[in-house]
Design a protein around this ligand. Structure first.
Ligand SMILES: [Mn+2]
Length: 465
């Protein structure tokens, strides 16, 4: 194989558990195709669908699979290479060799799936699909199943979504081992950037050093990295600024390892050798919020409450700087902390950097009784539910000084009982700070995934010497 697999028993067990969780019907798992970038044959790097990877492991384009819940039958559909193909690709394992490696004995040519799906629909049996996130896959499913794109949503199966979430949320030992590898590569990416960055460089030079580490370990990027002196802009992908003494670099980057497990870490460090006094003060508030949040991680704790506690620590910290006032708990309940902390505290991570987000946040991060808040700030919290052993997630508090948000709230006199706008003025060009680590929830608490990054001011400055 040109890709690594777990033992076939892992995939057999996962599919058999899935069948037990589902009542009846037929599940379609459509693998991803190569995706064209600027002309047909110039492709984006291939990324297999994560649900397909989870149940079938095969990390190659051009495959689909079905699981018949009623008969138990499992089939992989794919075309064997012709001599014309082999001229370009060289010899590769056959579809039946690949299928057999993941415990499936029956294979058919790709287009045979059309008749299988037609029969399901004609006979009135239920066809279960996951929500397609690539426009081309909506077209493919519609064509393969002979159903209109306008009615495709009727086949998106909530029982299937719930069943998958109930499996993929609990990482198996073999997955935890891969998560450690992905987080360690991610940590090494950050260390390389931290050691390399010097005043006068461009952000993209630091970014190149960060990316190199992932590729040099046969990995890739789990998302487009952020390397910026404007850390206050949450998804700042621009990297053309010169980094200058007195500024800070915020780097949010992670690797996807060779089995597609993701890491996602954030570090913030001075462009020069030392943080300024003011940077150190704010950094320590973020770090304290982070450490407090991490210490709370254990089964049974609502991640929403971990978020609220982190938000409270941020408010208390900003009060100590004279920027906030009043009762910290009330400030958080009102949403005043979102002046500084506009995003969530973390998310599930696994095969996807936002794990299973294709299946829908309400099913992954929330429950029937715990719904997502609509309040500015808290509405960006992707994970709120009660934690359980086997979950893997990120913890990533931050403080972001967004001049436009300061102006907007100030103009509205918003939260004047909690925010000292006059004191806040001197922070408007501060930028932003975030720290992020990846954790496994264990029976008794938590375990850091991968190698520990320098986190305290002293540890970070020691690397910047
Ligand atoms: Mn993250």
């Amino acid at each position: 194989m040109q890709f690594r697999l777990f033992d076939k028993s892992i995939y057999i067990k996962r599919r058999s558990a899935l069948k037990k969780k589902m009542d009846s019907g037929l599940i379609l798992f459509l693998g991803n195709e190569e995706s064209s970038m600027n002309y047909k044959d110039n492709w984006y790097p291939f990324r297999q669908d994560s649900n397909f990877l989870y149940y079938f492991g095969l990390n190659t384009a051009g495959l689909a699979a079905i699981i018949d819940i009623d008969s138990g039958e499992e089939i992989i559909f794919g075309n064997e290479l012709t001599i014309d193909d082999i001229v370009w690709t060289g010899p590769l394992p056959t579809v039946s060799e690949m299928a057999s490696a993941v415990g499936i004995e029956k294979t058919q040519p790709f287009n045979a799936i059309i008749a299988v799906l037609a029969k399901v629909i004609e006979s009135g049996r239920t066809l279960h699909i996951t929500p397609p996130y690539r426009p081309e896959n909506k077209i493919r499913i519609s064509e393969l199943a002979g159903i209109s794109i306008n009615t495709l949503h009727e086949y998106i199966s909530v029982p299937l979504i719930r069943a998958i979430v109930s499996q993929r949320s609990y990482k198996e030992a073999c997955e935890v081992a891969e998560m450690h590898k992905a987080s360690t590569i991610s940590a090494e990416m950050h260390l390389a950037g931290m050691r390399y960055a010097k005043p006068g460089m461009k952000e993209y030079e630091v970014m190149a050093k960060v990316k190199e580490v992932a590729y040099a370990q046969n990995g890739s990027l789990s998302f487009n990295p952020i390397v910026t002196i404007h850390g206050e802009t949450l998804h700042n992908l621009y990297s053309g600024n010169t980094i200058k003494e007195g500024q800070m670099v915020l780097c949010d980057a992670g690797a996807s390892n060779d089995m597609n497990y993701a890491g996602d870490l954030t570090t913030t460090y001075p462009v020069g050798k030392k943080f300024s006094t003011r940077q150190k003060e704010v950094y320590n508030i973020v770090l304290h919020a982070h450490q407090t949040a991490v210490a709370m991680l254990k089964p049974g704790v609502l991640f929403r409450d971990v978020y609220l506690t982190a938000a409270q620590k941020i408010v208390e910290g900003m009060q100590s700087l004279g920027v906030m006032k009043g009762d910290a708990r009330e400030a958080v309940a009102a949403g005043a902390h979102a002046m500084f902390f506009q995003c969530g505290l973390g998310h599930m991570i696994g095969l996807d950097v936002h794990d299973m987000e294709d299946l829908g946040e309400p099913y992954v991060g929330y429950t029937d009784t715990l719904k997502k808040s609509t309040q500015f700030g808290m509405k960006s919290l992707r994970l709120g539910r009660s934690l359980e052993a086997g979950f893997t997630l990120t913890v990533e508090p931050g403080i972001y000084l967004i001049p436009q948000l300061i102006d907007a709230w100030k103009a509205e006199n918003k939260f004047t009982e909690f925010i000292h706008y006059s004191a806040l003025e001197s922070y408007r060009d501060f930028s932003g700070i975030r720290v992020e680590e990846d954790y496994l929830i264990t029976e008794s608490g938590y375990q850091l995934l991968g190698k520990k990054l320098p986190m305290t001011v002293e540890e970070v400055e020691a690397i910047r010497e």
